[in-house]
Design a protein. Sequence first.
Length: 220
Amino acid sequence: MAKKCLRILKYMLFFFNLLFWICGCTILGFGIYFLINDHFTDLFPSIPSLSFSNVLIVVGSIIMVVSFLGCMGAIKENKCLLMSFFSLLLFILLAEVTMAVLLFVYETKLDGLIGKELELSLKEHIGKNATDTSIWDRIQKTLECCGVKNITDWDQSVPPSCQESPGHYFKDGCYVKVKEWFESNFIIVGITTIIISFIQVLGMSFALTLYCQIAKMAEH
């Protein structure tokens, strides 16, 4: 009976991590694609390393490494790999909680910092006299917005991507629109965060249970 439970638990943990490893590969692939095609790299000129593509690459790599440890630890019934997987998941969970607390405490400062960075990016864009293929044109066309706060951010050089229709421009700024989206979908974002945290705790529970079962089987 114990061996049967161990086998079920082992394969559950293996497929659980295999799924996440595939997700990690996908995120990493998108990150490399955005990096190669230079998408979203000019939004934070003061912190060029904190680009959307770099964030995706780091997140995807972490997910792949952690999931690989979980897969190998489960299929090989290796206590060292399982404990490494558990420890990494615990560290990531604690880091996420810490980040959430810091974001809540420094929300106003972070809001102002992001706004300033986007305004600086927009000014550089105006100075370069960028074409319609630039990042700001893509953002404005996708989100149906204009500038960071509103159309006045563009001064006298309002691009065609700000036009809702000939002679009519989008009233909302892009950063304002993104903030409004997060505020209106706060419950969905919160539920998604809780689900991700629950999956992490579930993975830790599986790993620790399997570790204990393997230790018990070794004693007998």
